[in-house]
Ligand binder design. Structure first.
Ligand code: NAG
Ligand code: NAG
Ligand code: NAG
Ligand code: NAG
Length: 546
């Protein structure tokens, strides 16, 4: 079953052409206006290109939003003469939807010039329903074989007061709760766009942030606090203990946290702050050095806050900064030490090897693009993505969900080696990436999976969603995702099936991977293992052509 999943996933992406016509003699597709209307994307969707049939595209049921009341198809004969066709439309619920009307005849010829034909979908307005529409087209090829193409749509019809008013601006609509039919799209390597329909069975996952204080969640969170397989060198370097602080917010739930802090505590006097690398309203990241007892010095990153940070902010810094405690993986930035002295802000120490924040790094790539600055190749992007995948596989193996995977929470060195970090201070350092939706929680709304937005539930699948957004950041050099969407609208926007568009210059294969991460149904998303298989394959292809 597992291998099947992998294969299925890869097939979606590197789908193989099947059902060839004998000659390449027709095209049939949805033009970009139509794709924009149905899928919110600026691209064409080919069902038949030069006679080759895209079965994957044909197999997917495309939902038709309430406000779209006609379908448009584009076709042309490439054989040098018109091709005979017959066409038929079936609907599942005549009460909800009147008879669809075509503006071409049922039997006719596909012209040698590009022709658009439309199929009207007049909702009766009498009942609310999802109506299945099956459009069958039989085409007789020049060698007299008949090819039958079947297109499936699911039209959402609303009940309306006034029948003339078919263009009500909807979205208030009950996209009926049990079977919310939304879709996501993926693009195949031949430039074909594949749409699939995900039934939204929202899974109630691990408790959300709200329940963080719940002891069971605590446990899930902290099971790995057994005795740290820490790097022996760093253990000896940072072994000196300091007494516990008296921050009031480090309350009963944080026994574990206190133990961890105790284990990592180092003496403040051994830390020297050199230069500020990142700066927020109260958060600071410094480049500094730590001198060991034997006099050796080591460069470190120091996360800290200024004196006017509140107790809550300090407590959050400690909690979030301890997230990567005791982890040991080449693609994870593990905390090395903590220094807490009464009445001063804590210092969190991380190893430093000329790391830059990934988001800042990507944005710099863009700024300098007219000069000699480094621009990323697809190969480099895929390599970086693979490193992140490895980090995430490791985290998930430890039963840790990152919950805030994004470019801002990664660092990169000169050789493009990536490490995933915790999100301590990110809210302050990257304020435009976080939003409050009426509650007091400042959350990375635009990186969050639909179920995390709606139910505050997190899971490995929601990390996969965020990974998709991170991949999008890599290919756009850290543009802001959904920049035009109000954070309050995000959940509705995603529910309506909209997703981030394919970035300019982003290969279809990579975009397909992202789109797959944004499946409505968490279980339809690939796992990190599947992502790894697919990206490795893509990477191998890239190398082959270099
Ligand atoms: C297309 O052909 C199939 C058989 O090949 C037939 O059952 C179907 O009715 C035909 N449809 C149209 C619209 O002619
Ligand atoms: C069918 O209608 C669409 C617009 O709804 C139009 O663009 C197209 O040209 C029409 N096709 C024919 C064959 O009349
Ligand atoms: C027509 O299609 C059949 C399979 O459906 C195939 O075996 C046959 O070779 C085709 N005929 C021609 C002339 O291509
Ligand atoms: C939207 O929902 C509100 C309350 O849920 C309702 O009062 C209103 O009539 C609805 N609007 C439409 C267009 O359905």
């Amino acid at each position: 079953m597992y291998t099947n999943l992998v294969c299925k996933f890869c097939l979606y992406i590197w789908w193989s052409v099947s059902g060839d016509f004998v000659n390449s003699y027709m095209n049939m597709y949805l033009n970009s206006d139509e794709v924009q209307k149905l899928l919110g994307l600026d691209m064409e969707l080919y069902y038949v290109t030069n006679g080759k049939i895209n079965d994957f595209a044909l197999n997917f049921v495309v939902p038709v939003p309430p406000k779209v009341d006609a379908l448009h198809f584009t076709w042309e004969s490439l054989s040098g003469r018109p091709l005979p066709y017959t066409i038929n439309v079936d609907i599942s619920n005549p009460l909800a939807l009147g008879t669809p009307k075509l503006n071409i005849s049922d039997t006719g010829m596909i012209p040698t010039i590009t022709q658009i034909f439309s199929v009207s979908l007049p909702c009766s307005g009498v009942v609310v329903a999802e109506v299945n529409i099956v459009l069958t087209v039989n085409i007789t090829s020049p060698n007299s074989n008949v090819t039958s193409l079947t297109f499936r749509r699911k039209k959402i019809c609303r009940k309306i007061e006034s029948l003339s008013n078919t263009h009500v601006l909807v979205d208030n609509i009950s996209y009926n709760s049990n079977s919310v039919n939304i879709f996501y799209i993926a693009v195949g390597c031949a430039g074909f766009l594949i749409a699939t329909l995900a039934f939204c069975v929202v899974v109630s996952y691990v408790k959300g942030k709200k329940d963080r204080r719940d002891p069971s969640d605590n446990q899930a969170h902290m099971t790995y606090v057994t005795n740290a397989a820490r790097n022996p060198n760093s253990t000896s370097s940072y072994g000196s203990f300091r007494r516990m602080p008296s921050y009031s917010l480090i309350d009963e739930r944080s026994k574990d946290l206190q133990e961890r802090i105790a284990e990592l505590t180092i003496q403040r006097c051994r830390v020297r702050l050199n230069s500020v690398i990142l700066e927020g309203t109260f958060g600071r990241v410094y480049l500094g050095s730590y001198s060991e007892e034997n006099g050796a010095e080591e460069e470190v990153l120091v996360k800290t806050v200024t004196d006017h940070a509140s107790q809550i902010q300090i407590s959050l810094l400690l909690q979030e900064g301890m997230f990567m405690y005791s982890l040991n993986h080449k693609n994870i930035l593990t905390i090395l030490g903590v220094s807490i002295e009464d009445q001063t802000a804590p210092f969190l120490l991380y190893p430093y090897h000329s790391y830059k924040n990934l988001k800042v790094f990507l944005q710099k790539c863009k700024l300098n693009s007219e000069g000699v600055a480094h621009t990323l190749t697809t190969q480099e992007v895929v390599d970086m993505a693979l490193q992140i995948i490895q980090a995430m596989q490791y985290l998930h193996k430890k039963h840790l969900w990152h919950k805030d995977l994004a470019a801002r929470n990664c660092v990169v060195d000169d050789k493009l080696k990536i490490k995933v970090t915790d999100n301590a201070l990110s809210r302050d350092l990257f304020p435009s990436d976080y939003h409050c939706l009426g509650d007091n929680e400042n959350r990375p709304i635009k990186w969050m999976a639909i179920e995390s937005l709606l139910q505050k539930g997190f899971s490995p699948c929601s990390d996969v969603w965020s990974f998709g957004v991170l991949l999008w950041e890599l290919t756009t050099l850290a543009q802001q995702p959904y920049v035009e969407i109000d954070p309050f609208e995000m959940a509705a926007y995603l529910k309506d099936g909209y997703r981030l568009a394919q970035p300019i210059n982003c290969p279809d294969e990579l975009f397909a991977v992202m789109a797959y991460c944004w499946a409505m149904n968490p279980e339809e998303r690939p796992t990190f293992t599947q992502l790894q298989v697919c990206l490795q394959e893509f990477y191998a292809q890239l190398i082959r052509y270099v």
